[in-house]
Design a protein around this ligand. Structure first.
Ligand SMILES: Nc1ncnc2c1ncn2[C@@H]1O[C@H](COP(=O)(O)OP(=O)(O)O)[C@@H](O)[C@H]1O
Ligand SMILES: [Mg+2]
Length: 322
């Protein structure tokens, strides 16, 4: 029997954006030679603070933007530079749920219009069968009573209900893979768990895989089978969720954990600066060097490679804590 192949394979992904720096044209590279894979049915949590390049990875996977170099393979198909019909077809397999459910919904469309549009377009259903599919989908994501909620506009819904509409709309095309970009961070704390639980339940029902983007390690651990920690456009550490939380090897992961309430590895670490990472193309050394309590000259000169420290556990650090 052959091994089940990975669903998503990202290899040496590089994305740069032109900017003006000191009056001159320059580039920033928020995704700087990033490689990872996601198995079928797996949830990979991508964790990192604001500006570390998480959304840019999500957009590259969705092909909302085209990578500068590297490759993205989904279900054995290279989608890095596809266009036209191939891209339209690809977007049936991958869907994105955004941070701001208000911004991603059309204020003059009702709930049912949001979900009906992709349902009609992507599924070969008519009349009663289409109505039935709509109702069962709204019910599945908890938009009940359906008869009451289907005719509402986004402004008549709570933040959590809006995010449920965004989830229903994504599911309407029967995707294989969802990129959920900080889907709960703009919601009231009291309703976050319900949305995460829904996404978790849908995983089994729809045979889904996820890239779950968050800046919060607690939810990354709850939802993710594996966690990948990013800083300044590069992967710092990746491991199974429990392993990463129990045995963090990268100083940045340790700092993130120390800031998470109720965590086992809650220890004092030296104060570091909170400067934003330098994303300028051609920078040298470890992106975290300026903030790292254990920095040495080597760290400032040479970027560490992402190396394996244990089965399924890799870290990019010259001085890992192992
Ligand atoms: N289209 C763009 N043009 C120029 N810079 C961009 C663009 N999109 C993102 N950036 C910059 O790339 C960096 C990473 O952004 P992003 O991927 O949104 O990070 P995160 O999601 O981790 O907060 C930020 O400095 C952001 O300002
Ligand atoms: Mg983001």
């Amino acid at each position: 029997m052959s091994e089940s192949p990975g669903l998503v394979a990202v290899s040496d992904l590089y994305v740069r954006f032109p900017i003006r720096s000191k009056g001159k044209k320059a580039y920033i590279t928020p995704v700087d030679h990033v490689s990872f894979a996601i198995e079928r049915g797996e949830v990979l949590s991508l964790v990192g603070e604001s500006g570390s390049g998480k959304t840019t990875i999500g957009k590259a996977l969705m092909r909302i933007l085209e990578p500068t170099s590297g490759t993205i393979t989904v279900a054995q198909r290279d989608v890095t530079h596809i266009r036209g019909n191939a891209l339209v077809e690809y977007r049936r397999d991958v869907q994105m749920i955004f941070q701001d459910p208000f911004g991603s919904l059309n204020p003059v469309r009702t709930v049912e219009q949001h979900v009906m549009f992709p349902l009609r377009k992507h599924r070969n259903l008519k009349d009663a069968a289409l109505q039935e599919a709509l109702e069962s989908l709204l019910e599945r994501v908890g938009l009940t009573p359906v008869a009451e909620i289907r005719v509402k506009n986004p402004h008549e819904l709570s933040g959590g209900q809006r995010q449920r509409v965004a989830i229903a709309r994504a599911l309407a095309v029967n995707p294989k893979f969802l990129v959920a970009d900080e889907p709960i961070s703009m919601l009231d704390v009291s309703i976050r768990a319900g949305i995460l639980r829904l996404m978790n339940d849908l995983k089994a029902d729809y045979n889904l895989s996820y890239l779950y983007i968050t800046h919060d390690l607690a939810s990354a651990r709850y939802f993710g089978d594996r966690i990948m920690v990013m800083y300044g456009g590069q992967i710092m550490e990746t491991a199974k969720s429990n392993e990463l939380v129990r045995k963090p090897a990268h100083p940045y992961t340790r700092l993130l954990l120390a800031a998470t309430p109720g965590n086992p590895v809650r220890q004092a670490l030296p104060e570091t600066s909170n400067a934003a990472p330098n994303l300028l193309e051609g920078r040298k050394g470890c992106p975290f060097a300026d903030r790292c309590p254990f920095v040495t000259e080597l760290c400032r000169e040479t970027a560490p490679q992402l190396l394996s420290v244990d089965a399924a556990h890799s870290v990019a650090c010259h001085h890992p804590i192992v």
